[in-house]
Design a protein around this ligand. Structure first.
Ligand code: PLP
Length: 378
């Protein structure tokens, strides 16, 4: 694909070219957010320079960082004894930073609850730093559900317990955090971050890459309690140290200025247009229900949902066709209707509909209608 730098389509033309993009990430952003970026890209109001050109120590970025944090604290109700960090390296670097800070040189093991691909990858990195115990592993059942609390095998003394609130690839989601006793609960919330309220007090550390539900790639939000920060080891490279990153207010080096700016716009949009996280949760439940209803028609005689009912993700709906030979036709027909990026992850196959906060209900409704039409035709 060539990128024609010389072409200058009008804003209207560009908007009309937009499809319904069900990509799992980087994912759809709200049109008003994109339009604001576009409008202010050449000169940020008051700064006279693009957000791409300003110093990360400038007053303009001071204001962006401060408001991004304040908005997140308000939306998520982050208690005062928790720090908010804007880091780089994606959620994947957190797979390493967590054990480097909390497991390295410790006698205690960390325990991992494995409900899909991402949690399993996190455990691989943790094993490089210390003892890793597995509290539950859904692999034998092809990761179709999350465990009940009674199924968790948790030793009494643990450095922390790690789990993934929403497994993006398998489409399985916890409805509430697992009960793990006294150990700090560490959660990868990458793909359901800001999709509904959570009680931050239940967690020692939460982390999310922004490119699923909260902005562009390249910025990762970490919310960590002071208590957990105190437990962090000292034998840590500066850039990988939560404590140092917190002391330096996420500006130990140059942060992703643009990413934090877009994250700020996302928090404003969530607050002002969506109406907060309760409203976001209702929207997500309603949108995903449109697709699950189709999957369940006549006992799933045509479409087959991947996840068990109680654990079905409100963000990523995963399914396959009973007749796999129809898959190609299904994708082609969807593309004709401007419904794109619906294929499942290569490790799971089938289809995955990612309907994050920014996916309009209209897009999911069009997909639902298409699925019914396709089923009827075949
Ligand atoms: C996408 C994703 C990741 C990986 O994110 P990167 O930013 O690419 O490292 C990790 N965990 C979950 C749950 C994800 O959805």
């Amino acid at each position: 694909m060539t990128l024609p730098f010389d072409r200058q389509p009008s804003a209207q033309q560009t908007r009309e070219k937009r499809v319904f993009n069900f990509s799992p990430g980087p994912a759809v952003l709200p049109l008003p957010v994109l339009e604001e970026i576009q409008r202010d890209l050449l000169a940020l109001p008051g700064a006279g320079s693009s957000v791409l050109e300003i110093s990360h120590r400038s007053p303009a970025f001071d204001a962006i960082l401060a408001e991004a944090e304040a908005n997140l604290r308000e939306l998520l109700v982050v208690p005062d004894d928790y720090r908010v960090l804007f880091l780089q390296g994606g959620a994947s670097l957190q797979f390493s930073m967590i054990p480097i800070n909390l497991l390295r040189s410790r006698d205690l093991p960390a325990s991992y609850i494995l409900t899909g691909s991402w949690g399993s990858k996190a455990a691989v990195e943790a094993r490089r730093e210390g003892k890793v115990h597995v509290a539950w592993d859904g692999k034998a059942d092809n990761f179709v559900r999350v465990p009940d609390d009674e199924e968790l095998d948790l030793p009494p003394a643990l450095a922390y317990v790690h789990y993934t609130s929403n497994e993006t690839i398998q489409g399985v989601q916890f409805r509430r955090p697992p009960a793990v006793g006294d150990a700090p609960l560490v959660c990868d919330v990458s793909s359901d971050f800001l999709s509904g309220p959570v009680d931050v007090r239940e967690f020692g550390l939460l982390y999310a890459c922004a490119q699923k539900n909260a902005g562009p790639s390249g910025v990762t939000v970490v919310v960590v309690s002071d208590q957990v920060l105190e437990r962090c080891g000292d034998d840590v490279h500066s850039m990988l140290s939560y404590r140092l990153q917190a002391e330096k207010g996420s500006r130990l080096n140059t942060p992703n200025v643009f990413g934090v700016y877009v994250f700020l716009l996302m928090t404003r949009w969530l607050r002002d247009e969506v109406g907060g996280l309760e409203a976001a949760a209702e929207r997500a439940a309603a949108k995903s229900a449109l697709i699950y209803d189709v999957l369940d028609r006549d006992g799933g005689d045509f479409f087959v949902a991947h996840a068990e009912r109680e654990c079905r993700s409100h963000m990523n709906v995963t399914f396959r066709l009973r007749r796999p030979e129809l898959e190609e036709a299904f994708v082609a027909g969807a593309a004709e209707r401007d419904l794109v990026s619906i294929k499942g992850h290569r490790s799971v196959g089938g289809f995955r509909i990612s309907a994050y906060n920014a996916m309009p209900a209209e897009g999911v409704e069009r997909l639902r209608d298409y699925m019914l039409e396709f089923r009827e035709a075949h």
